[in-house]
Design a binder for this molecule. Structure first.
Ligand code: NAD
Length: 478
């Protein structure tokens, strides 16, 4: 049984949960402890106790530990990738890629620990000096979703520790395996007891403690809009700092002058990789009239050739949906789209894979002849379901792309420098891609969105320090 890590000790919980492989629901990945509210509070207490010393630890100590964690993650990429693919269902190459990303993030923030700087300015008053420095915020609660079981925890934990905070980490219920492996690596990398705590358990119980406990100074959350709103309300009520990364309904505009192969490759990758379960997935393809029919025909042909099978099998293009309830949500949206009058290609439910194993398989689905008002174009589905909208020209395509409550990532396929430049400036999104998929981003630059997709400072890169530090301005009379 895999236990929680509280105050440097591995502890059992009052309950356990079974981690199930979505590619073969008969396969149990492992039995994982589930913390309750009392254990979550113990973890917060441990983090609070450890904060004093860790907040004063040297950059060298932080560098050594984060660098060692990154080195081990990279060295064990194959095994950790296999675990990730087994518990979450993305394909093995994608899972290994995610593990590598997590390793690189730890290495990056090891370096950032050495680079924490400040400013020295002359005062407007004679004889006075001004220093602006950054200090850690305290105990931070990190709450993560299931779709990136190691990369998202890494991009919260690494900057939190690099900046001198202590951490209570609550991973998503569906993916405790990668979270436990990461905790084990951090523990063995030499973190003092209580600096990093793992509490696996339910959001409404364990997560809620982090929101309500006054000893938790800040919450970094990635997940759904509905949970994000609850987190915002709870944090505002007690004036805790918070940061939210939430959903997306990311558009990809395809213009008449696009290279068809580039456009199709980008749309397929963005729409269906990771079974479409990426916050940055392109779920709205906005295609101008002159290329529309050729683009749809090419997409249909490529989609038909995609192999949906066990996530860990060589040659699989698309693994299963993560669980029964996400599958039901996807199927419900297929019904909604049909009822709204869209034309559906694909989207068949497959009960068993090629080897006869039962899993949550769904063939990629492409809706055509859709309009902006349809629910399938407004609400996040979070599955392998993509819709195509027609646009008369670039201006209409841009207007459609911006007609969304979300603003995470957006793409354009075009050979026009003029339109690409205009799109980069006028697209209301946190990330804009030209002739590239909307998903798949670098680990050393800011990540985040606008409108209903994000709230608070950006994650990743050196911008992460905005959230994980608080600024102090000191005045000295010489
Ligand atoms: P979710 O909101 O259901 O759960 C996210 C986390 O919040 C889980 O750990 C869950 O246990 C916890 N939680 C649930 N209720 C809670 C409560 N009352 N108090 C405290 N914590 C609580 O999301 P999910 O289904 O795991 O993930 C899918 C969602 O995540 C999608 O909407 C997707 O777009 C989003 N996502 C966003 C990004 C981004 O960076 N913008 C990245 C990945 C995923």
């Amino acid at each position: 049984m895999f236990k929680n890590l509280i105050g440097g000790e591995w502890v059992e919980g009052p309950r356990t949960t079974r981690n199930i492989n979505p590619s073969d629901t008969r396969d149990v990945v492992g039995e994982y402890a589930q913390a309750d509210a009392a254990q979550a509070r113990q973890a917060v207490a441990a983090a609070q106790q450890a904060f004093g010393a860790w907040s004063l630890s040297t950059p060298q100590q932080r560098f050594d530990i984060l660098d060692a964690a990154g080195t081990e993650i990279l060295a064990r990429r194959a095994a950790l990738g296999d675990l990730l693919a087994r518990e979450e269902g993305k394909t093995l190459p994608e899972a290994i890629g995610e593990v590598v990303r997590a390793g690189n993030i730890f290495k990056f923030f090891a370096g950032e620990a050495l680079r924490t700087g400040g400013e020295v300015l002359p005062s407007v008053r004679p004889g006075v000096g001004v220093e602006v420095t950054r200090e850690p915020v305290g105990v931070v609660g990190l709450i993560t979703p299931w779709n990136f079981p190691i990369a998202i925890p890494a991009w919260k934990i690494a900057p939190a520790l690099a900046c001198g905070n202590t951490v209570v980490f609550k991973p998503a219920e569906l993916v405790p395996g990668s979270a436990w492996a990461l905790a084990d690596i951090l523990q063995r990398a030499g973190l003092p007891a209580g600096v990093f705590n793992l509490v696996m358990g339910r959001g409404v119980e364990v997560g809620q403690v982090l929101l309500d406990d006054p000893r938790v100074a800040a919450i970094s959350f990635t997940g759904s809009v509905a949970t994000g709103q609850r987190i915002a309300a709870a944090c505002v009520a007690r004036m805790a700092k918070f940061q939210l990364e939430m959903g997306g309904k990311n558009p990809m505009v395809v213009l008449d002058d696009a290279d068809l192969d580039i456009a199709v490759a980008a749309a397929l990758n963005s729409g269906f990789s990771s079974t479409g379960q990426r916050c940055t997935a392109s779920s709205r393809l906005i295609v101008t009239d002159g290329i529309h029919d050729r683009f749809v025909a090419a997409m249909a042909e490529r989609i038909a050739s995609l192999k949906v099978d066990d996530a860990r099998k060589a040659g699989t293009d698309i693994g299963p949906v993560v669980d029964q309830s996400q599958l039901e949500q996807d199927l419900e949206y297929l019904d909604i789209g049909r009822a709204e009058g869209a034309r559906l290609l694909g989207g068949e439910r497959i009960e068993h894979n090629a080897d006869g194993a039962p899993g949550f398989y769904l063939r990629p689905a492409l809706f055509t002849e859709t309009t902006a008002a349809m629910r399938i174009n407004r609400e996040e589905i979070f599955g392998p379901v993509v819709s195509v909208m027609r646009a008369k020209n670039y201006d209409e395509a841009l207007a459609l792309a911006n007609d969304s409550p979300f603003g995470l990532s957006a793409g354009i396929a075009t050979s026009s420098l003029k339109h690409a430049t205009h799109f980069k400036r006028h697209m209301q999104a946190g990330m804009v891609m030209v002739n590239l998929p909307t998903a798949g981003v670098d680990f050393h630059v800011p990540f985040g969105g606008r409108k209903g997709s994000s709230y608070g400072p950006r994650e990743q890169g050196r911008y992460a320090a905005e959230f994980y530090t608080t600024v102090k301005t000191a005045y000295t009379q010489a």
